[in-house]
Design a protein around this ligand. Structure first.
Ligand code: ADP
Length: 611
């Protein structure tokens, strides 16, 4: 702060200068006025004194009674010497109308021609016009004098008999006047000195608090709000400082609130799952959050280097900034684009400044790949359900019509057709049951009755249920696990039985006659694994991840011929996951399939009571 502004430019200097000039002007005016007044007062009093002395008594009257002044020269001389007690500074002469000095207090000029010795102008005025005349002049030796001429013995037409001529030395008056001027100059210098000191002190008392406020304002501009301005007085400047402190507090509060809001907003933007992009009207990126950076596959330097159009050019031409501005003309709009196998939805709108002028566009990007997948799955599911229900219905309908058309009357056809209708009705029944179960699991309405049971016992009770089918296909069903073992698991027995039955019947279904199916149980790491392996037709690598999808079947005709609904594995997966377990398939086409169900072991509490 200091040194930035010259002292001459400061308020302090101006205050001192104004004081100084004011005092100077007042002193000059006063001293000129007083010295002039004094001088003219002295002049007036000198003139009055002389005039009254001349006009007093019968002096002028006596003079005017003389016919010829020269004839009474001695008499007049005596009279003026006796009558007038003048000092050295005045000289009185009597001049007749022929301009002859008849008598004088200065004997040197008595009898001289007044025109040569005295001031002719004033003398002429007085004698010719009969009026008192006055003039200032300078005598040899540089002596200032006043000429005062009083005419006497006027003839009524202005002509006088003579005149009393006084010359008064003005040296004393002028000396006094210049003396007083010096006194005034000294007084003025003293006053100016005092003014300068007082000015500096006064201006300091004004400018110090202002400088204090300015210094604090400067600190505030660097973000330092810690110090208060010290308020010492209750005057305007004190009030200014007080208001400034109030302003500082409010500003500090507002700024800290703003910075809190900002950091809150930044945290929200940083961690929000949706991408956010703010772009100015020229396409420059104002802000981009990490989610958007990731979605658009950008590097930090890309954001510095590229504008919006360059960034988006790889995501689809129709999403240019111009397009966004056009699209958001009458409020927010949305669009979608595919990028690197993902589907993104973007909602965008213009943002404005405080005057309502467009400043740019805010874009929110959402990864809707999963949603889209789900929507597709839903649509597919509805189509599949309709199809799966329609197929048996069509069969039932066609056989029913054939029966009604007369086949009813032929017993061997009637029996065969009715058994087909029965099978199809069973399939529909299974399908509807499976669908209802899936829906219950989806909506968490399935009732689970979890109990601790011995898994080995459960398997032993399930195997006989499929043995007959396997035997019909001359398949070998091998139990590899220790049949006396006790493996406690906390499960819903019926649901897990349903899963194991499904896996075993799949193994039987998709294994040719004479094939081999092994069932094993392995314990380890707090889990138990039930492994069902077959040497059946197997599943291609591409189909493996899809077999858990609803209605997905590798070979639709075969599955359907075997009475499958295509929902078995989907339901099995849901049930196992509800038990905090997993189900996986390993398979090789033409060689066989391994299905592994992993379930958590129940915490062992002893074997007693476990069946
Ligand atoms: P489905 O009712 O058709 O059997 P699933 O959901 O149980 O339906 O099985 C889905 C599909 O997985 C089957 O259609 C079949 O193509 C395939 N699959 C399941 N288990 C096996 C297996 N052990 N061997 C070969 N393919 C199998």
């Amino acid at each position: 702060m200091k040194g930035k502004h010259s002292w001459s430019g400061s308020m302090r200097w101006r205050i001192v200068l104004i004081y100084f000039l004011l005092v100077f002007i007042v002193m000059v005016v006063v001293s000129v006025f007083i010295t002039n007044s004094l001088e003219s007062y002295q002049m007036d009093s000198l003139r009055n004194k002389l005039t009254s002395t001349v006009e007093k008594g019968s002096f002028l009257k006596t003079l005017s009674e003389y016919d010829n002044l020269l004839n009474h020269q001695e008499e007049i001389q005596e009279t003026i010497i006796d009558t007038w007690e003048f000092g050295f500074s005045e000289e009185l002469s009597i001049v007749d109308n022929n301009f002859t000095i008849v008598a004088s207090t200065n004997e040197n000029i008595t009898g001289e021609n007044a025109a040569e010795v005295l001031n002719t102008n004033v003398l002429t005025t007085a004698i010719m016009q009969g009026q008192m005349a006055e003039a200032d002049g300078i005598l040899s030796g540089n002596i200032p004098v006043k000429h005062l001429v009083y005419p006497f013995g006027g003839d009524g037409e202005g002509q006088s008999k003579g005149a009393v001529y006084i010359r008064a030395d003005l040296s004393d008056i002028y000396d006094f006047s210049s003396e007083s001027k010096f006194i005034f100059i000294y007084a003025m210098l003293l006053a100016l000195l005092i003014t300068a000191i007082l000015g500096v002190l006064t201006s300091k008392s004004i400018t110090d608090p202002i400088n204090n406020v300015t210094a604090q304002a400067e600190r505030m501009s660097y973000g330092d709000f810690s110090r208060e301005v010290v308020v010492r007085s209750g005057d305007e400047i004190g009030r200014l400082a007080e208001m400034f402190n109030l302003l500082r507090e409010k500003l500090d509060l507002t700024l800290s609130e703003m910075s809190n809001e900002k950091s809150k907003l930044e945290t929200i933007l940083k961690y929000m799952a949706d991408g956010l992009l703010a772009v100015d009207l020229s396409g420059g990126i104002i802000h981009i959050n990490p989610a958007a950076t990731q979605m658009l596959d950008l590097l930090p330097e890309d954001i510095q280097e590229f504008n919006y159009d360059q960034i988006m050019s790889k995501c689809g031409k129709h999403l240019t900034l111009e397009g966004l501005l056009e699209g958001s003309k009458s409020g927010g709009a949305q669009d979608t684009f595919d990028f690197r196998g993902n589907v993104f939805a973007m909602r965008y709108d213009r943002f404005k400044d405080e005057n309502g002028q467009d400043k740019g566009v805010i874009i929110v990007i959402q990864d809707i790949t999963e949603r889209q997948k789900l929507e597709n799955m839903q649509t597919d599911f509805v189509a599949n359900v309709s199809h799966e229900l329609k197929t048996p219905l069509t069969t039932i309908k066609s056989y029913t019509e054939t029966l009604l058309d007369g086949a009813m009357n032929e017993p061997e056809f009637a029996t065969s057709f009715l058994s087909i209708i029965d099978t199809e009705a069973d399939r529909m029944n299974r399908l509807v049951k499976d669908l209802l179960q899936l829906s219950r699991i989806d909506h968490q309405r399935e009732r689970w009755s979890m109990k601790e049971i011995n898994l080995i016992a459960l398997l032993k009770s399930v195997i006989p249920k499929v043995e007959l089918t396997a035997r019909q296909k001359q398949q070998h069903l091998n139990v590899l696990f220790e049949e006396d073992a006790v493996i406690p698991v906390n499960i819903d027995k019926d649901r897990i039985e349903q899963v194991i039955l499904n896996i075993l019947s799949n193994a039987i279904k998709y294994t040719n006659d004479g094939g081999r199916i092994d069932i094993d149980v392995l314990e380890g790491g707090g889990n138990v694994r039930i492994i069902v392996s077959d040497n059946g037709i197997g599943i291609s690598e591409a189909d493996i991840p899809r077999v858990f999808e609803r209605f997905y079947r590798v070979d639709k005709a075969r599955s359907r011929a075997m009475g499958g609904t295509g929902l078995g594995l989907a339901i099995a997966k849901q049930i196992v996951e509800e038990h905090h377990g997993t189900i996986t398939i390993e398979s090789q086409e033409g060689k066989g399939t391994n299905v592994t169900i992993t379930l958590p072991l129940a915490i062992r509490r002893g074997q007693r009571g476990i069946d």
